[in-house]
Design a protein around this ligand. Structure first.
Ligand SMILES: *Cc1c(COP(=O)(O)O)cnc(C)c1O
Length: 382
C-alpha cells in the first residue's frame, strides 16, 4: 500500500498546481491590466469575449459577473413575466430556482434520469401548461442534456430553452443529423460560470451568456449594463453585471488550455471508470453517445445498501476528500417549499441525493494519487 503521508495532499481540485504551470503567462496578463488601469470594461474583456465566441461557436458572447447573474439576465432578456412557469430539474445547484423565484416566476420541477442526472425528457410534456414559457436544462457534471429532444419539445410548444452550462463548458453535442454544437450554444440562451473551481475558472467571480440571436444579444448586453444602450439613458430595467478586466485577462490565458484541461479530466475519469466498471456497489456515471463529457465532477452512485457517510469518513480518514453534489433536491429545500414540494414527488432526485458522491478530479491529478484513491475506495468494501 502507498504511504498515507505521501498522499496527504489530495484535493478535490488543485488550483495551485494548475496556476503554477502557467504562472508567468497569467502574471504578465494581470500586470498588463494593472499597468493600463482599465479595471472595468478594459480591452481584455472584449478580447476574451471574442476568443470565447470563437472557441464555442456561439453567435454572441456577453460576459457578466457570475453564472447566477447570467441565468437571471437570460430570463429577463427572454421577457419572462411574474407568474410564468419555468421548468427546472429538481436535482441541480440552487442558482436556477433562485433566480426564477427572485423574478417572481414559478419553478416547475421535473425529475432527472438516474444514470445521466439530466432532466428526464419523458416527463417534460406532462409539465407543460398554458403558463409555461421556458425550460432550463443543466448540463450537470459536464455532459450535455438530451438537447435534441428538449429543443424538439420546446419548438412544439413554443418554449424558450436556457442551457445552464456552468459545469459543461467545452462539451460537444452531435445531433442525429450529424450537426455538431457546443454546450451553451444550442438553446435560445446559454449561461456559464467562471467560478474558480469550474472547468474554465478565473481568480474570483465571472460568468458569460451565449446566444445566436442578434436581437437577444443586444437585449442581454443592455440588461447586463443597467438597461442602457447609451450611457445614462435607460431603456429597460437592468442590473449591474460585469466581468472584471483582471478576470478576463486571466481567462484569456486559461481558455487556451481548456481543451488540455478537458483531456486531463477525461483521463482521470477513464481510470475511475476502468477501476469501478464492474463493481457491485458502485455505479459509474453513464456516458451518452451524442455528447462528449468534460467531467466537471466525477460522480458515482453508491448502491442503496452502502452507508455513504461511512464511505465518506473512511476516505477522509485516508486523506481523500469527497463531496456530495447535492445532498437535498431543490423541491425539498426550505426556501422553496412554498412551491408545493413534498417528499416522494421526485423519487429519482431524492434517491440520488442520498446515493451520489463526487471523487477528486482535476487537471493535475497524478496517477499515483489516483491509484491510492482507487485502492482506498476498493478497500472500503473488503
Ligand atoms: C456554479 C453553478 C452556477 C452558478 O455560478 P456562479 O458563478 O457561482 O454564480 C449555476 N449553475 C450551476 C449548475 C453551477 O454549477
Amino acid at each position: 500500500m502507498q504511504d498515507f503521508k505521501a498522499m496527504d495532499n489530495i484535493q478535490m481540485v488543485d488550483l495551485k498546481t494548475q496556476y503554477h504551470r502557467i504562472k508567468d503567462e497569467v502574471n504578465a496578463a494581470i500586470q498588463e491590466v494593472i499597468d493600463q488601469t482599465a479595471f472595468i470594461n478594459g480591452p481584455q474583456v472584449k478580447k476574451f469575449a471574442k476568443e470565447l465566441k470563437e472557441y464555442t461557436g456561439a453567435g454572441f458572447v456577453i460576459p457578466c459577473a457570475n453564472g447566477t447573474d447570467a441565468l437571471q439576465i437570460a430570463m429577463m432578456a427572454l421577457g419572462f413575466k411574474p407568474g410564468d412557469e419555468v421548468i427546472v430539474p429538481a436535482f441541480t445547484y440552487v442558482a436556477t430556482v433562485e433566480v426564477i423565484a427572485l423574478l417572481g416566476l414559478k419553478p416547475i420541477f421535473i425529475d432527472v434520469t438516474p444514470d445521466t442526472f439530466e432532466l428526464d425528457i419523458n416527463q417534460l410534456e406532462s409539465k407543460i401548461t398554458d403558463q409555461t414559457v421556458g425550460i432550463v436544462t443543466v448540463h450537470l457534471y459536464g455532459q450535455c442534456s438530451n438537447m435534441e429532444e428538449i429543443l424538439r419539445i420546446a419548438e412544439l410548444y413554443k418554449l424558450k430553452v436556457i442551457e445552464d452550462t456552468a459545469q459543461a463548458i467545452g462539451a460537444g453535442y452531435t445531433f442525429s443529423d450529424g450537426r455538431k454544437a457546443q454546450a451553451g450554444t444550442m438553446g435560445d440562451i446559454g449561461t456559464t460560470s467562471f467560478f474558480p473551481s469550474k472547468n474554465l475558472g478565473c481568480f474570483g467571480d465571472g460568468g458569460a451568456i451565449f446566444t445566436n440571436d442578434p436581437e437577444l444579444a443586444e437585449k442581454i448586453q443592455m440588461i447586463a449594463n443597467h438597461g442602457q444602450k447609451k450611457k445614462y439613458y435607460h431603456d429597460s430595467i437592468g442590473v449591474n453585471s460585469r466581468l472584471d478586466t483582471l478576470q478576463a485577462a486571466i481567462l484569456s490565458v486559461k481558455l487556451k488550455y481548456l481543451d488540455d484541461y478537458s483531456k486531463s479530466r477525461n483521463e482521470v475519469a477513464d481510470r475511475y471508470d476502468h477501476a469501478f466498471a464492474s463493481h457491485p456497489y458502485i455505479h459509474i456515471p453513464e456516458r451518452v453517445g451524442n455528447s462528449t463529457h468534460v467531467f466537471h465532477q466525477y460522480t458515482i452512485r453508491l448502491a442503496e445498501s452502502v452507508d455513504r457517510e461511512a464511505f465518506k469518513k473512511h476516505l477522509a480518514d485516508k486523506g481523500i476528500p469527497t463531496m456530495v453534489y447535492y445532498p437535498l433536491p431543490l423541491h425539498l429545500q426550505k426556501a422553496y417549499l412554498e412551491y408545493g414540494g413534498r417528499e416522494g414527488q421526485f423519487p429519482v432526485s431524492e434517491k440520488l441525493c442520498k446515493q451520489v458522491i463526487s471523487l477528486p478530479i482535476h487537471t493535475e491529478m497524478k496517477s499515483e494519487e489516483q491509484d491510492y484513491i482507487i485502492e482506498q475506495i476498493l478497500n472500503f468494501f473488503k
